[in-house]
Design a protein around this ligand. Structure first.
Ligand code: ADP
Ligand code: MG
Length: 768
């Protein structure tokens, strides 16, 4: 492996480059940028409107500069993202499309200018002499200043022969303002004492005396308001993505010389040696100095078959150790390796695009040109049919204004952004929109036991030894071997052994091997030591068999210690139920999701835990492959399965399931294989995730139905002259605001049904 230094985002000859794209305002823009990039040889791109990012995969023959030129050719700006600083801003917040405080100021000033115009135009009783001239003077800066960015972008688009939402806004504003100006100066509306009756329908008969200043101001006002709201939602999500990125940044344990000393990965220096346990991520690029194992590179290169490594092998940071204990000497640290991984995680979350979003993008791509055509046709038709010029212009302007597809562009991204943000607050980190989509249809959830339904903070509860063997000695050897294990059992045994041993010293171990879901083995003090799942109970000495039964009946996990092939002791480790586990199981059932317990532990211990949390279906003594097989069986029966687990032994099942959920305190292997990570101790986060997903998807459906349905109704109305341009503007902007507000409601989504679970329980008990 000589090419380990390659950047984490490059894969073979195809490179992935992220671009910050500025000037995108709607789904139509997304389609255009993607199409333009896609025309380059061998290039494919996924653009996210909400974050203003394009993720482009391209061959080495195409340079980032080519990509930027292509995007600029489509009428947008593009730049490479600034090298992310270590505790840098979340990329989403820095996107050029984002609105800053300046934007809010612009909105407020626009509102101050627009409100008098709106009120005066709508309430004839307030129309004092020459009111129309005041309105005209207030409207002019809105057209020239507030809507300036729309004109600018529309013009830019025009130069590249493209039409966007900005085109519609700009055309609508200019046309209605031009018409009003004409009416004021030449059409007789400028007479002192002019009154304008208020009507929903365009004033028939009022002819050229009618003004549309209210339409002129309301379009930019409402569009700007919509964008500011959208921006707020975006900023909330920035923190969610940051949290996701930080989850990968773990600490690292230095070797024997500084035994037990854990330091943050960022402090690791070249030349230092560190320990990599099974299931852990290799902290940084390095060379193996001790141990044999296999590494899963799928997070780094997408390569799915694990690579065997031994002393002298180069290892890549962020690959996952799936076999034995390794000692690695760091050869590179910092920006290249560590940050590459963070960037990847974050951009994956951003660039992922849901199926529904693609649909909306495709529709918007043809929508804008179609509407401009309709507006021109309407104008031509009315004029050709001999209608009054005012009526013809009115209808055309109304079509332009009412059809701005802002609501369509906002329907999905705002909902996802609000949901990811809310999810982070609830302790649910969602990797991408697809995860939300998949979680929705889930009807079965498979729970792991140790570390998932239980806290995983295990302690040694009892040691039973056969005649003639010292309990302390057994514990010392078992603790030494378990030192290399990442499993909660291993940690419990090692901690107890250190406490019992003189000076906390445990003998060194060679030939360490971990078998997920079974146990560990190694050589210490000249003995072959194995700690793990009891294999053949009946072959055990009577005392040990009894100890096993007793421990398991008390819902403890019991493991057998073998020294030189002879079973000599039973260690019972105790664990406590995770808070909220019982309530979570009950609420999942209410949501129509059947919980199942699948564990590698013994049937007795498994059933004891299942009883405590209220799960009926239990599969015990299951190997890691068995867990994945159970998931496959359930899927074959037509179930849609989610798996929730923490360990290396769960990774296969997590990946096999429709949806994998990892416990935040779990191993990197589990987190890497999962779509969602729960970073709260409380198991109710699962319920929160399910509820949030269902709410999100119903929000999106409502948003889309509204955004599409509204155009179906309003465009024909406007085209036939039945809609006053002001109402068109109000309806259009109102629909965008409605969509954004509807999405923002997700941020108030409560984690559990009707208040906290404990309150519900209390209420139920009080009722009895
Ligand atoms: P779960 O599915 O409940 O998370 P695992 O599959 O991780 O449990 O483990 C299954 C069984 O394998 C444990 O109950 C234990 O008997 C044994 N085992 C796993 N890892 C170890 C270890 N490090 N030390 C001793 N026993 C272990
Ligand atoms: Mg587990």
């Amino acid at each position: 492996m000589t090419d380990i230094d390659r950047h984490a985002t490059s894969d073979g000859t195809v490179t992935t480059t992220d671009l910050l794209v500025g000037g995108m305002t709607c789904a139509a823009c997304v389609g255009r940028v993607e199409k333009k990039l896609g025309r380059l040889e061998g290039v494919s791109a996924s653009v996210n409107l909400a974050t203003g990012r394009a993720r482009v995969s391209h061959p080495g023959t195409v340079s980032p500069q080519d990509l930027i030129s292509a995007v600029e050719g489509a009428g947008y700006t593009a730049q490479l993202p600034p090298a992310e600083k270590e505790n840098g801003e979340a990329p989403g917040t820095g996107s050029p499309g984002a609105t800053g405080p300046g934007e809010l100021q612009r909105l407020l000033i626009t509102a101050a200018l627009s409100l008098p115009v709106l009120v005066l135009s709508m309430v004839p009783a307030l129309q004092f002499t020459n009111w129309q001239w005041l309105c005209f003077n207030l409207t002019a800066p809105v057209v020239g200043w507030s809507a300036w960015s729309f004109h600018q972008r529309a013009l830019k688009g025009l130069r590249h022969a493209t039409a966007t939402m900005d085109t519609l806004v700009s055309l609508g504003v200019l046309a209605s303002f031009a018409w009003s100006t004409y009416a004021l100066f030449l059409g007789g509306a400028g007479q002192p004492g002019m009154r304008m009756p208020f009507s929903v329908l365009p004033g028939a008969g009022t002819g050229s005396a009618h003004l549309y200043l209210e339409a002129t101001v309301s379009v930019p006002l409402f569009v700007l308001a919509g964008r500011c709201l959208e921006d707020r939602a975006k900023r909330g999500t920035g923190s969610a993505l940051r949290a996701l990125a930080e989850l990968g940044a773990r600490d690292v344990e230095l070797t024997a010389k500084e035994r037990g000393r854990r330091i943050p990965v960022a402090e690791l220096r070249v030349g230092q040696e560190f320990v990599v346990r099974p299931g852990e991520k290799v902290a940084t690029d390095g060379v193996v100095t001790e141990g044999n194992s296999a590494l899963d590179l799928s997070l780094v290169t997408g390569e799915s078959t694990p690579a065997e490594v031994g002393p002298g092998s180069a290892v890549v940071g962020a690959s996952i150790n799936v076999g034995g204990l390794l000692v690695v000497r760091a050869t590179a640290v910092g920006a290249d390796t560590q940050l590459a991984r963070i960037t990847r995680l974050v951009t994956d979350a951003q660039a992922g695009k849901a199926r529904m979003q693609r649909l909306a993008d495709a529709v918007a791509g043809v929508f804008v040109p179609a509407i401009v055509t309709v507006a021109c046709t309407v104008l031509g038709f009315w004029l050709g049919a001999g209608a009054d010029g005012a009526a013809a212009v009115t209808a055309a302007v109304a079509v332009l204004v009412v059809a701005c597809p802002c609501a369509l562009g906002l329907a999905i991204p705002t909902a996802f952004l609000a949901a990811t943000g809310r999810g982070a607050q609830l302790g649910v980190l969602i990797r991408g929109p697809e995860a939300l989509e998949r979680l929705q249809g889930i009807d079965t959830i498979v729970f792991d036991k140790t570390g998932t339904l239980t806290t995983g903070h295990m302690t040694l509860a009892g040691t039973t030894v056969v005649e003639g063997v010292s309990a302390d000695e057994v514990l010392r050897l078992a603790g030494a071997v378990e030192y290399g294990s990442e499993h909660p059992i291993g940690r419990a045994v090692t901690t107890a052994a250190r406490q019992a041993a003189e000076g906390g010293k445990l003998p060194p171990v060679t030939g360490f091997r971990a078998v997920p879901g079974t146990g560990v083995s190694g050589d210490a003090d000249g003995h072959r030591v194995a700690v793990g799942r009891p294999r053949d109970r009946t072959a055990l000495p009577k005392v040990l068999e009894q100890a096993l039964d007793q421990a398991e009946a008390a819902a403890r996990t019991a493991v057998v210690v073998e020294i030189d092939g002879r079973p000599v002791a039973v260690l019972a480790v105790g664990d406590t139920l995770r808070p909220g586990a019982y309530a979570a199981v009950r609420q999942l059932r209410k949501l129509g999701i059947e919980p199942i317990l699948v564990t590698g532990d013994s049937p007795v211990a498994a059933r004891a835990v299942a009883r405590q949390v209220g799960i009926d279906e239990v599969h015990a003594s299951i190997t890691p492959e068995g867990k994945a097989a159970i998931v496959a069986d359930l899927q074959a029966d037509g179930c849609r399965v989610a798996v929730i687990g923490d360990g290396v032994n769960d990774a296969a099942a997590l990946a096999r399931a429709e949806l994998g959920i990892a416990m935040g305190g779990g191993t990197d292997a589990a987190i890497g294989a999962a779509d969602i990570t729960l970073v709260r101790e409380d198991m109710q986060a699962v319920v929160a995730a399910v509820r949030l997903t269902r709410r999100t998807l119903s929000t999106i459906r409502a948003n889309l139905a509204w955004a599409f349905g509204y155009n179906v109704v309003t465009v024909p109305l406007a085209a036939t002259g039945w809609l006053n341009p002001m109402f068109a503007a109000l309806a259009m902007s109102g629909s965008s605001v409605l969509v954004v507000v509807n999405s923002l409601r997700l941020r108030a989504c409560s984690p559990t049904p009707r208040g906290s679970a404990s309150r519900t329980t209390l209420a139920l008990e009080a009722a009895r």
